[in-house]
Design a protein around this ligand. Structure first.
Ligand code: ZN
Ligand code: ZN
Length: 191
């Protein structure tokens, strides 16, 4: 996947790094930490990182021969709904992202792995916003649950099974009603 430079958004904010802060000598590295405000919600209908929250981001920038590799980690707040029991979800999620910025005209090397996001470095700005955004969207499950073993709701009455693990409707089990309906047609004559 490669991203075209985002020409609409101004190049600013904690996810836009001036590459001159890092020496271009291979082996040089720089660690940065920043809080990035989330200005627009990121996510889907059931789970999202809401606007107004803050992502805690740490970045590692590494100079290599033909560019700069950025590895990021972020802790984001996620809010949504458990798809099994419909309870609210409100918890931190940790995500990771990588972005390789190649120097203009650099020959592709082993660093240009197909699994890696590569974007040509234009000017001095390392724009990590698309990589961050993609990583958040990928990390959010489409069927989030309040906990991995959420038992959900009773399919018959909607009772929250987590509140009452022994809850069941033995007399309304369809297998039993089928049996009950079958029995009268074959009454036992007391053989
Ligand atoms: Zn649940
Ligand atoms: Zn029930």
């Amino acid at each position: 996947v490669s991203h075209s430079p985002n020409s609409h958004a101004p190049l600013e904010g904690p996810l836009v790094i001036d590459s001159r802060r890092l020496h271009r000598q291979p082996g040089s590295s720089l660690r940065l930490a920043a809080d990035a405000p989330i200005e627009a919600p990121l996510g889907n209908d059931v789970l999202a990182v809401p606007a107004g929250t803050t992502a805690e981001i740490t970045l590692l920038l590494e100079s290599v021969l033909d560019g700069i590799l950025v590895t990021g980690r972020a802790v984001v707040r996620t809010r949504g709904t458990c798809v099994r029991c419909l309870d609210d979800i409100d918890r931190d999620e940790e995500i990771e992202f990588r972005q390789f910025f190649s120097y203009p005209g650099a020959e592709p090397t082993e660093a240009d792995d197909e699994s890696e996001d590569v974007v040509e470095l234009v000017g001095n700005h390392l724009d990590l916003r698309p990589a961050f955004r993609d990583a958040v969207l990928l990390a959010l499950p489409l069927t989030p649950t309040c906990r991995p073993d959420c038992p959900g709701l009773c399919p018959e009455c909607g009772h929250r099974l987590a509140d009452d693990p022994d809850h069941k409707h033995e007399h309304h089990d369809p297998r039993w009603s089928a049996l009950a309906a079958w029995q009268p047609e074959h009454p036992s004559e007391g053989e």
